[in-house]
Design a protein around this ligand. Structure first.
Ligand SMILES: [Zn+2]
Length: 417
């Protein structure tokens, strides 16, 4: 007897409906008309089942600050400045309370894994990391949280940060972050990258940096991709390095951009566009024609680069929107990057599922296959290719074989009397 069996699930638009059997938190069998019986059974009735959604880049510690202090003017520097003022007053308890609200939203929306980037700097110290270490335990049966130690304020221009990063990694952060552009000079940006890779080697952890987050690469601090690709190749870190934003790629001449994309692909560096933030903060100095300022997703795909997308921020100065809903962000990515049709939309969905799993290093235990962890979402859609377009209900959210959220909705069209 299996713990749970999902019946008649649509997992592939071309194939048959399948049953999915789950025991001890793992998928034990997946195929048409399984003979297994389950202690609990869910009739999917030809609705779509996807593996759990993955937020590969999310700032839980800075979420939901917009009510305290909305940023009206902005751009990236403005958002960093407003948030720096606010975070001076952060307490561990306040961070936990805001992060919990986002975690609950994310779980209800079908997210089963989050890679979180708490700030680590002399302003907030280790309060963000400590709050997330506690939440990682508190939520462990409902959602997995990976913690990235993230030096938002820079490393060289914020003395003391390097020691705080080391302490974060000792306390249990699993990934070293970076903010490659946030130093005073290009030489310091390169040193910042070097320090991040040195910490990665010292602690044996992957790298996940914010990089090249500008409309164009005229300021070379926002054109670090080539140097990061070279450093990745030199240190043998291919497959364990991720770069968030990378918006200045879109502002480069096509030939130069193609060279950089080839370097990133060759080195095994993944790229994560963050469309809600990139579109909100980008193009602020453009007059007349305002550019979209988002990494060129179709070109990333064509170059063979592993890609994911994520929410980045929920309702703060960087991104005054969001409900921790990855299907929402995926639709927005498709709309802003000229992606459409079944092939494109299925690939976009993969950027929040199977490709995101590769980006955050969990592909060996993830997916719709026997042996994988049973992180599953039953959607109200009936075609996988429609999962973004439909804005479907997350009928059931299953984390490691247990149902952790359920949504049902009734809508009736009424006759005119
Ligand atoms: Zn970020």
């Amino acid at each position: 007897m299996a713990d749970l069996v999902l019946r008649a699930a649509r997992v592939d638009d071309a194939g048959e409906l399948v049953d999915i059997a789950v025991s001890d938190g793992l998928i034990t069998a997946l195929g048409p008309h399984l003979p297994d019986r389950g202690s609990t059974e869910i009739d999917c009735a030809a609705r779509v089942v996807i593996p759990g959604l993955i937020e590969s880049h999310l700032h839980l510690d800075k979420a939901l600050l917009d009510a305290d202090r909305p940023a009206h003017d902005a751009g990236l520097a403005g958002a960093i400045a407003v948030t720096a003022e606010l975070k001076a007053g952060f307490t561990v308890a306040a961070i936990r309370e805001r992060a919990r609200r986002v975690l609950d939203l994310a779980i209800g929306n079908g997210t089963t894994v989050i890679r979180a980037h708490p700030d680590v700097d002399p302003i907030v110290g280790l309060r963000g990391v400590d709050a997330l270490l506690e939440l990682r335990e508190e939520y462990r049966d409902r959602i997995d949280i990976q913690i990235v130690a993230f030096p938002q304020e820079g490393i060289l221009q914020a003395p003391g940060t390097l020691d705080l990063l080391r302490t974060s990694l000792r306390r249990g952060a699993e990934v070293i972050g970076g903010c490659a552009y946030n130093e005073r000079t290009v030489a310091d940006c390169r040193r910042h990258v070097d320090l991040v890779f040195e910490l990665a080697a010292e602690f044996g952890v992957p790298v996940d940096m914010h990089a090249d987050f500008a409309d164009d690469p005229a300021d070379p601090r926002f054109a670090m991709a080539d140097y990061i690709a070279e450093t990745t190749a030199r240190t043998g870190m291919g497959g364990r390095v991720t770069l968030g934003h990378m918006t200045s790629l879109a502002g480069r001449a096509p030939a130069a951009r193609a060279r950089t994309l080839a370097l990133l692909a060759e080195a095994g560096v993944a790229v994560v566009p963050l469309p809600a933030t990139d579109m909100h903060l980008g193009g602020r100095c453009d007059v007349g024609v305002v550019r979209r300022g988002i990494a060129p997703v179709r070109e990333l795909w064509a170059a063979g680069i592993t890609t994911a997308y994520s929410s980045n921020n929920i309702r703060n100065a960087f991104t005054p929107y969001g409900n921790a809903d990855l299907l929402d962000i995926g639709l927005f990515l498709a709309q802003t990057c000229h992606l459409s049709g079944a092939r494109d939309l299925t690939r976009v969905l993969a950027m929040a599922t199977t490709e995101a799993a590769t980006v955050i290093g969990i592909a060996d235990r993830y997916g719709l296959r026997a042996g994988a962890v049973a992180d599953l979402v039953v959607l109200s859609s009936h075609r996988v290719a429609d999962a973004l377009l439909d804005r479907p209900d997350r009928c059931y959210v299953i984390k490691a074989g247990r149902i952790v959220a359920r949504t049902s909705r009734i809508r009736e069209l009424l006759p005119i009397r």
